[in-house]
Design a protein around this ligand. Structure first.
Ligand code: 3NM
Ligand code: MG
Length: 540
């Protein structure tokens, strides 16, 4: 062993594949470039190499790895690992049974196992600490590298479930790496979102094949990966995720910024909301664009102060939505998700889960049924898109559901109702391997309540909830670099609720309420006196 196995650094774990080498490069070249630039662990994974070649290559690569004090792991082939005295072995669920491998290898070698499901973790825990040293959790995203993958991509959510299972089953010794479809455009988000629910741990590393093995410039690719993995801050928007007390002065500042910057708010929304949402956006000094044309999303995402609202009330093609999400994430512009009717039908559930898997959202806004369903805290299925759960839903439960969704997706969450709940799960964008959320759990997250008494007529017009999404997207889009996200989100909720109350006192029925709501938003926005708004904010 080149180093004691408890000292292994799992942070950037390169798995080889000689079938994807770029022209002119050998496996040795690619591994060397990786090691020179920060690869911390190497696995030789050769599915079609003759044993003699495998052994020769293994010896060569072992020598190379040891020059860098990096351990060498062999995939699947226990005989090869033993023959070359490798530092460890990695086996999958269908390879040689783990207890046999451990018996052959002895206690000091590193033993890794591919895990795709929580029940596999329970087995691991039963074996105890002398069996498995680390697990490769996958596949996270689709990948062309591993043929005949029997598992569906699990996304960061599935990975978090497995990390949580390790904590729940007491297998705290076992280290974790994520694998499958990991590249610079998603690795920060994967590290950020993959956490045990008790806040005590996150991934110990990222494992990958093609990003280095297939790279024409493996050195530069590794430098890029290393920099991301060593990062301490995930800046997925170009304004601030810092905490705030959200005073009237803070909200006033946000609105002044929106007036100056006149954000472009791209709506990918349902048909019923389009006209009303566009008028609400205009009332807030912003420019609406109601487009779900895939070929222009990149251009729109690059416009300064652009923001994107995705409302899944009518369902746009998934590829259009994921392309938009990727573009807005790339240009660090905010995306608000309104998961309309989440879990009301299977297709809405799958669509929204898919969107949440492929992007980092700044805010998820839903009604209590949607947020409860996303939180997983109740098993009740919603009755319809606008239905609220018939169970006794207490304020405590709604606050916890809001915090739970915020924690899961590391985002801000707004749960609407007579009281609106807003939770901040971003933890200021803090990024780190291994340490999780520093013991902070969902119930510890900052939570704000916005109250203004009942406004029953809100429920008598269409798209009133959707247009809160437009309002949040406007105010977030308008932030300058020094603007603070939570000020914009709480401010938007407070503005919308105050305007609703004001409009309800002026309206003669639901028809004029529609018009009065736009007038009230226009008035309150332009006056910009949050200290006089009727909706009040308090901290939980
Ligand atoms: N194991 P790339 S996915 C080797 O899910 C391997 O267990 C997986 O390759 C698992 O980084 C995978 O090129 C391939 O996507 C990962
Ligand atoms: Mg295998």
């Amino acid at each position: 062993m080149i180093i004691p196995k408890q000292d292994v650094n799992y942070s950037l774990y390169l798995v080889t594949d000689s079938a994807m080498l770029p022209p002119g490069k050998t496996l040795y070249d690619q591994v060397k470039a990786g090691l020179e630039n920060g690869v911390s662990l190497v696995q030789i994974r050769e599915k079609n190499t003759d044993t003699k070649n495998f052994v020769e290559e293994g010896l060569q690569i072992k020598k190379l790895c040891h020059q860098f004090k990096v351990p060498l792991i062999i995939n699947d082939r226990v005989d090869v690992a033993m023959a070359i005295d490798a530092d460890g072995i990695h086996v999958g669920q269908d390879d040689m049974p783990v207890p046999m491998v451990r018996k052959l290898l002895g206690p000091d070698k590193i033993l890794g196992w591919s895990v795709g499901f929580s029940h596999e973790v329970e087995q691991l825990a039963k074996w105890g600490p002398d069996m498995i040293d680390y697990i490769g959790i996958g596949t996270i995203f689709p990948t062309a590298t591993k043929k005949n993958l029997k598992k569906a991509p699990m996304g960061p959510q599935g990975c978090s479930k497995i990390i949580t299972a390790l904590e729940d089953s007491g297998a705290t010794w076992c280290k974790t790496v994520a694998i499958g479809g990991l590249h610079p455009d998603c690795i920060e988000r994967v590290i950020y979102q993959c956490n045990a629910s008790n806040g005590k741990r996150s991934l110990d590393g990222i494992s990958l094949v093609s990003d280095i093995m297939a790279s024409p410039d493996a050195a530069t690719s590794t430098v890029i990966l290393r920099k991301i993995i060593d990062g301490t801050q995930f800046k997925f928007v170009n304004f601030q995720l810092s905490p705030s007390n959200v005073t009237a002065a803070d909200v006033k500042k946000v609105i002044s910024q929106v007036k100056q910057t006149r954000p472009l708010v791209q709506h990918m929304t349902n048909k019923v909301h389009q006209n009303f949402g566009a008028n609400v956006t205009l009332a807030l000094g912003s420019s609406p664009i109601m487009s779900d044309v895939e070929s222009e999303v990149r251009d729109l995402a690059q416009i300064p102060n652009a923001s994107l609202l995705i409302n899944t009330g009518s369902i746009a093609p998934v590829t259009t939505l994921t392309t938009a999400i990727k573009a807005y994430n790339e240009f660090k512009r905010p995306i608000v998700l309104d998961p309309v009717g989440y879990s009301a039908t299977e297709i809405r559930l799958i669509l929204n889960d898919t969107l949440l898997t492929y992007g980092q959202f700044i805010c998820i806004k839903g009604n209590s049924s949607e947020i409860l369903a996303l939180s997983g805290l109740t098993s009740s299925k919603m009755k319809g898109v606008d239905a609220t759960s018939t169970e006794a839903v207490t304020k405590e439960l709604l606050a916890l559901a809001t915090q739970t969704v915020a924690y899961k997706y590391r985002t801000y969450v707004v749960c609407t109702g007579e009281t609106d709940f807003i939770a901040d799960g971003t933890l200021s964008g803090k990024l780190s391997l291994s340490t999780g959320t520093d013991d902070i759990t969902a119930k510890d997250l900052p939570c704000y309540l916005v109250e203004n008494g009942p406004i029953p007529i809100m429920g008598d017009i269409t798209a009133s909830g959707c247009s809160l999404g437009s309002t949040i997207a406007s105010l977030l889009g308008g932030l300058n670099e020094d603007g603070i996200a939570i000020d914009a989100i709480v401010g938007a909720v407070q503005l919308y609720k105050s305007a609703g109350k004001l409009a309800s006192t002026r309206a003669r029925g639901s028809g004029s309420f529609h018009v009065e709501l736009i007038d009230a938003l226009y008035q309150l926005f332009n006056e910009n006196k949050p200290e006089e708004w009727t909706a009040k904010v308090r901290r939980l």
